[in-house]
Ligand binder design. Sequence first.
Ligand SMILES: C[S@@+](CC[C@H](N)C(=O)[O-])C[C@H]1O[C@@H](n2cnc3c(N)ncnc32)[C@H](O)[C@@H]1O
Length: 226
Amino acid sequence: MSYSKDTQQLFDNWATSGRAEGMERGHWTRALQALQNMPISQGERLLDLGCGNGWATRWLLERSGLGGSAIGIDVADSMLQRARSQSVELSNIEFVNAAFDELPWPDHSFDHAFSMEAIYYAPDIAQALRSIARVLRPGGTFTMCIDFFEENPYSASWPTRLSIEMKRLSESGWVKAFEDAGLSVEDHFRCLDDRPPEASATPEQQQETLDFRQNIGSLAVRGRAQ
Ligand SMILES: C[S@@+](CC[C@H](N)C(=O)[O-])C[C@H]1O[C@@H](n2cnc3c(N)ncnc32)[C@H](O)[C@@H]1O
C-alpha cells in the first residue's frame, strides 16, 4: 500500500484535534455542487476516497436510497474512528483503511466514486486514478473535487506550510490524467461559494478566502470508466 506516513500522521492529528469537522464545514458548500452533479441511481454502490469523518460518505448513502450502500476509505485510523462513530445508526455504510492506489476490491465493484480534497496526496496520481478506474463498473463515474490546483494561486504554499508531499496539477493537467487512466472526462467545472469568510481570520486571509470562494472556486472533474 503506497501512501506517505507523514500525510497519515498529519490527518490522524487533525482528526484528534477536531479539524475533521472543520474540513466538513469548510468544504461542504462547494463539495455539494460536485456531489449533486453525480449521476447516481437508487440502489447503487458508492465509494468515497479520503473520506475524513465520513460526511460525504453519509451523503452518498442517503442519495443511493433503498438498497444502496456506501464505503469510505482513508489511511488515517483516527479519521476512520470519527467516521464510524458518527455513522452508528446507519446500515449499509462501511469505513475501511485503504490507500487510493491499492483498493482492496475486485474489478467493477462500484457504480460511482467521489473524492473531496484528497487525491493529490497520492504519491503517484496516475496509479491512484488507474486503481479507481479499475474498481468502477464500465459506465461508472469518478467525481473529484479539489482546492489544490495550479489555477488557485493561494494553494501554492500548502506543501511547505504542512511539510508534506502534494501533487499540484493544472485543470487541463487533471483532465489529461483522468483520460490517461481510462476515465473519459465528461464534465469539469468550478464550484463557487458565496459564504462570507470566517470573522476570526486576518483581513489578508479574509480577502484570499473571498477571492477563492467567489472567483476561483473548487475544481470538479467527472470521468467515466470504459
Ligand atoms: C484534506 S482531508 C479531506 C477529508 C474529507 N474528504 C473532507 O473533505 O472533509 C484528506 C483525507 O485524505 C486522506 N488520505 C491522504 N492520502 C491518502 C491516501 N493515499 N489514501 C487514502 N486516503 C488518503 C487523509 O488521511 C485525509 O483524511
